[in-house]
Each structure stands twice: as structure tokens, then as C-alpha cells.
Design a protein around this ligand. Structure first.
Ligand code: NAG
Ligand code: NAG
Ligand code: NAG
Ligand code: NAG
Ligand code: NAG
Ligand code: NAG
Ligand code: NAG
Length: 522
């Protein structure tokens, strides 16, 4: 049986190219420790209660998160806030959340609310998330309204001190004060004098109230997020960057001393109409590295202060423009996976992929949609479902595993369109992931593949289990399976028979265009 499988694998006729790689058997010194919740989520808070559920938990969203917790023992870290955190008021007269939405349009089928008023229940429903969920929540800075930030903080703390939340081990790890403050001039939140020199004292003023209201101190569990900017030192907006706020002495202030993690935001771009070429650009190995590498100076500056570094909000293409057939495709799953795994190599400890109800680049659509996410036209109600990028979270979870001790290094591969990573547990090689970055599109003809010859730097394992992400075309928006199984189910639970090949390591393996393989060494 085994012989047959090996034979089949080695006679696939169109391995257009071959690469020889060498995988270390032991974790190289300095191999980064990779947290099981590397791939986490950020939720636009104008529709937060749709995600969480009000009187009952949203079972679909819960299951989609719990699937990941079952693989890694650690549910995704959830950031709530984003642009709408800066448009949120608090009222004791509101039970959960009251929004005013602009009209849906073909360009923006699910626009963000212009006016958001929340009550205590908005925060309390955090109890609906899986056991052990860690949370990062934003409060309003843009309105420069101390009362809003104060009332939101009080409600936040009351929710996290409730028995329902404590019983589930759900914790408030971070409060974020203001989202993308570097854009406040561009988006009309401040006048043209807006600069980092105005930002730091305003942040300190609000953060002093927030941290005193929340009872934060050097020894408290909850800490503050720093920056949360849209730009970087490489492409700074209004002169904002982590380096600039450090230079302004933010860390020496009382609330600034509570910053333990710097967060920045990144989208790979925005564009008017999707096309195969744009999907290939998104998936291209060198562009993914370019989009992550812009943060290297900021990360270095952050580490110099002993702080951690995350992408607190990120995704493929910003939602302003229609990005159908790019952001919600199987190809985008390969982008999200390589982007996340590569991020570990430059010191990014976690990525929060941004989600909003009806957004095109979502991993998860948590409620029934009544308008097309493509052009806003009315559709037959489309029940909650996962989109292909969700598989990036599943594969990353399986690659990193549940030990909490995984280390990862990129495997040098002499090919512009194949990338690979090796994963070590307790110092020993356990798994490897390979990604073929070529976007295989309808009409492209024969689907080519690359043969990977695997060598070790010593006497290594003889056999490996192989799981494949099966994709018809890079622009497919459904029909993706992982090791033969699907998460495209009515309850987000996995379905289908697990299909795992066992191959001899010495035969290597083929990886076709637009494919991911996970190897588990036996
Ligand atoms: C300040 O915030 C409070 C609470 O969110 C709100 O009721 C009030 O209207 C806000 N004031 C202004 C001037 O926006
Ligand atoms: C926002 O909504 C609140 C509550 O519904 C209302 O009192 C307030 O006037 C609204 N603000 C704007 C700018 O529409
Ligand atoms: C925070 O601001 C609110 C609203 O202005 C005020 O009532 C409260 O006393 C302030 N808290 C602290 C600790 O300064
Ligand atoms: C902003 O970027 C420019 C170059 O793009 C650089 O010269 C300047 O130092 C940067 N400023 C900050 C505050 O990072
Ligand atoms: C980021 O990715 C996009 C493709 O999605 C590419 O056009 C752009 O050049 C990349 N940026 C960098 C700095 O590599
Ligand atoms: C779609 O309509 C259903 C039924 O009216 C409703 O429950 C759901 O919230 C709607 N979806 C959105 C995103 O508004
Ligand atoms: C993929 O691209 C082909 C060719 O452009 C197109 O016919 C097809 O509808 C696309 N598939 C999806 C799911 O968008």
C-alpha cells in the first residue's frame, strides 16, 4: 500500500521544476518561539454584538473559534475596536449597541456605522467567547472626549470582573486608546496641526484617566497597547511611528509605562477591481516579504525598549474598494498563511486579521447576509459561513501545535514561488509547511508542480505524513478542503474523512501551483 502511494507520487508527469532543500533536525539558535494564537482576529466593533450574540452566544462564531482552540489549546486572541472604536459613545440608556449606518452601496455593501452608542451589554457579551479567550479592546481617543473613554473603560472593567467572564477564564489583556491616530488629520478628526507632538500629550491625558479608572499599574494583569498606527517609520503619516512616540518620551509617562506591546496595522493595498494579476501579486513570495519587512526598523526600535510587537489589525486588501475575487479567495488563504509564518521571522508575535460583518476579506461571516458582499445587490439570505482564508488559521494552528513551545524557521528555498518553514518542539524537528505561490487560474492550461527533494543536516526521519490544502483555482471562493475535510458547514464544524498520505522522505514530494502541504515527520 505504502509502495503504491510512493510510486504514484513519483510518476506525476508534470513536475516542471525541482528544488533541493535542507531542513535542520534541531532548532537553530535564535529560532523564534511561535505562539499558538499567531493567527488571531480583530473585529470592527460597530457590529460586535452580531459576532458575539446578545441573549445567546453566536454559535457559528463560537464554533469557528473553538475549532482553533481544539487544535492548539488556545483560542485566537480577539481585538475589538478598530475605526469604530473612535466613533463610539457610551450610554446607560442603551442595552447593547445602537448604530446609525450609511446606506449600503455597490462600492461599500456593508459600510461602517457613522454613529455608535454602546451600553453595558455590549461589553458583557464577551462572556460568549470560548474558554480562555484573551482580549484587546479599544476605547475612543479621536473624539477627544474624556467622558466617552471613561464610561467605556468603566463598562469594560465591570464586564471583565463579572462572574460569567471570570468563570470562562476570559481576560482583558490590553486596552487600546485610539485607533490609527496617525490618520486623524486625513480623516477629519484633527486639524492640520496634528502631529505626534500633539498626540502624545492627548494620549497621556486620556490614558491617565483610563488606567486610573481601570486600576492599572505596573503589576496589574491588564496593560496598554502602544501606537496602533496605520503607517510605519518607512511610510509615516503625519510623522507618526513607534520611534517618534518613544522619542517624545511616551514610555516615561505614568500611563506610557503600562505599554508592553506595540501594535501597528497593515493592508497589502487597495484597488478598484479584482483580477487574476492582482491575486497573483497578493500571493507573490517577494511581495509578502516586502509587506512584512517594512516593519523591521520599527520592530528593532520596539525591542530596544523591551516591548513586544504585533500587527493589531491587518488583512489583504483594504475594504474601501471592491476586492471580490481577491480577498475572499483560496489564493488569499495562501497569502494569509505565508504572511503570518514569515512575520514570525522578523519578530512579530501575533497578527490580528481584521473582520467586519460582510467584509470581503473575512475569515468568518458570522451572521446571515442579505446583500452581496461583491456589489451590494439583494441576495437569497446567505447563512453564516467561513471563507477560504479561514484555512490559513487552521493550517497555522496545526503547524504550530498545542505545546506552546514551538519554534519556527524559514527554510531557505532557491525558488521565487515556493516557501517553506520548519517547526521544532522541545528543540526537535516535528513538522514543515510548504506553499506554492503560483496563482493557478482558469484557462492557465496544465497545472505545474515543483518537486521538493528533502535533505536533513544529519540522520533524520524516514517517513512523513502529508496533509494538503486542495484548491481548484486560486480565485475559488468555496470548495476548498484541508486533508480531505471541509469547514464550509452550517455550524463551522469540520466534516468529511481525513485524508493523510504517508510518504518516504527520501522520495520528496510534489507541490502544485496554489497548494499548501503540511508534513509531519514520523
Ligand atoms: C462625550 O461622550 C459622552 C459619552 O459617550 C456622550 O454622551 C457625549 O455626547 C459626548 N460629548 C461630545 C461633545 O461628543
Ligand atoms: C448618535 O446616536 C445617539 C443615540 O442614538 C444620538 O443621541 C446622537 O445624537 C447621535 N449623534 C449623531 C452625530 O448622529
Ligand atoms: C476621568 O474622567 C471622568 C470624566 O471627566 C471623571 O468623572 C473621572 O473622575 C476621571 N477619573 C480620574 C481617575 O481622573
Ligand atoms: C518619516 O519618514 C521620513 C522618510 O520617509 C523620515 O525622514 C522621517 O524621519 C520619518 N519620521 C518619523 C517620525 O519616523
Ligand atoms: C505589498 O504587496 C502588494 C501586492 O499585494 C505589492 O503590490 C506591494 O508592492 C507590496 N509591498 C511591498 C513593500 O513589497
Ligand atoms: C439579514 O436578515 C436577517 C433576517 O431579517 C437578519 O436576522 C440579519 O441580521 C440580516 N443580516 C444583516 C447582516 O443585517
Ligand atoms: C475565476 O476566474 C474565472 C476566469 O476569469 C471566472 O470565470 C470565474 O468566475 C472565477 N471564479 C470565481 C469564483 O470568481
Amino acid at each position: 500500500m505504502l509502495y503504491q502511494v510512493v510510486l504514484l507520487a513519483s510518476i506525476i508527469p508534470f513536475a516542471a521544476s525541482a528544488v533541493d532543500i535542507t531542513i535542520p533536525l534541531s532548532a537553530p539558535s535564535g529560532a523564534p518561539l511561535v505562539a499558538p494564537d499567531l493567527v488571531s482576529l480583530s473585529i470592527e466593533q460597530d457590529r460586535w454584538v452580531d459576532w458575539a450574540g446578545t441573549t445567546e452566544q453566536n454559535q457559528f462564531f463560537y464554533n469557528a473559534l473553538n475549532n482553533l482552540a481544539q487544535i492548539t489549546n488556545s483560542p485566537p486572541f480577539i481585538r475589538i475596536g478598530a475605526d469604530s472604536e473612535d466613533h463610539t459613545d457610551f450610554s446607560y440608556d442603551v442595552e447593547y449597541e445602537e448604530d446609525i449606518f450609511p446606506a449600503s452601496s455597490s462600492v461599500s455593501p456593508y459600510p461602517e456605522a457613522s454613529n455608535i452608542t454602546v451600553g453595558q451589554g455590549f461589553y458583557d457579551v464577551i462572556s460568549h467567547l470560548p474558554f480562555g479567550t484573551r482580549v484587546h479592546w479599544g476605547v475612543n481617543l479621536r473624539q477627544y472626549n474624556l467622558t466617552a473613554a471613561y464610561l467605556e473603560t468603566k463598562a469594560l472593567i465591570q464586564a471583565f470582573e463579572s462572574q460569567a467572564v471570570k468563570t470562562k477564564g476570559i481576560t482583558l489583556n490590553f486596552i487600546e486608546i485610539g485607533n490609527e491616530a496617525d490618520l486623524y488629520y486625513n480623516n477629519g478628526g484633527r486639524d492640520s496641526s496634528w502631529s505626534v507632538f500633539e498626540y502624545v500629550p492627548q494620549w497621556v491625558q486620556i490614558a491617565t484617566n483610563v488606567s486610573e479608572t481601570a486600576g492599572l499599574s505596573k503589576t496589574s494583569f491588564t496593560k496598554l497597547i502602544g501606537a496602533a498606527f496605520a503607517g510605519s517609520s518607512n511610510n509615516n503619516i503625519s510623522g507618526f511611528s513607534p520611534q517618534a512616540i518613544f522619542a517624545e518620551g511616551i514610555l516615561g509617562t505614568m500611563p506610557g509605562a503600562l505599554i508592553t506591546t506595540i501594535s501597528q496595522h497593515r493592508y497589502s493595498g487597495s484597488f478598484c477591481a479584482g483580477s487574476g494579476a492582482i491575486l497573483q501579486d497578493l500571493m507573490t513570495k517577494s511581495y509578502i516579504r516586502g509587506n512584512i519587512s517594512v516593519f523591521e526598523p520599527d520592530i528593532k526600535a520596539t525591542f530596544a525598549h523591551g516591548l513586544k510587537y504585533i500587527l493589531g489589525e491587518t488583512n489583504s486588501k483594504s475594504t474601501i474598494m471592491p476586492s471580490f475575487r481577491v480577498s475572499n479567495t483560496a489564493g488569499a488563504a495562501l497569502w494569509a498563511l505565508d504572511y503570518s509564518l514569515f512575520a514570525t521571522q522578523v519578530g512579530i508575535s501575533r497578527l490580528h486579521f481584521h473582520e467586519g460583518v460582510g467584509y470581503k476579506y473575512n475569515f468568518i461571516q458570522p451572521v446571515t447576509l442579505n446583500y452581496s458582499i461583491v456589489d451590494g445587490s439583494p441576495i437569497t439570505p446567505l447563512p453564516p459561513h467561513i471563507q477560504p482564508p479561514y484555512y490559513a488559521a487552521i493550517i497555522s494552528a496545526e503547524a504550530i501545535g498545542s505545546t506552546g513551545h514551538a519554534r519556527m524557521v524559514e527554510i531557505p528555498i532557491d525558488a521565487t514561488d515556493v516557501s517553506g518553514y520548519a517547526i521544532f518542539e522541545h528543540g526537535h524537528l516535528v513538522r514543515a509547511v510548504f506553499i506554492n505561490h503560483v496563482a493557478y487560474l482558469p484557462g492557465a492550461g496544465v497545472r505545474s508542480s515543483t518537486h521538493i527533494n528533502i535533505n536533513f543536516d544529519g540522520f533524520g526521519p524516514q517517513q512523513m505524513e502529508v496533509r494538503r490544502l486542495d484548491i481548484t483555482y486560486a480565485n475559488a471562493t468555496s470548495g476548498v478542503t484541508w486533508a480531505g475535510q471541509t469547514y464550509e458547514t452550517t455550524d463551522a464544524r469540520v466534516s468529511g474523512t481525513l485524508q493523510i498520505q504517508t510518504l518516504n522522505v527520501c522520495d520528496g514530494l510534489d507541490i502544485q501551483e496554489t497548494e499548501v502541504v503540511l508534513l509531519s515527520f514520523l
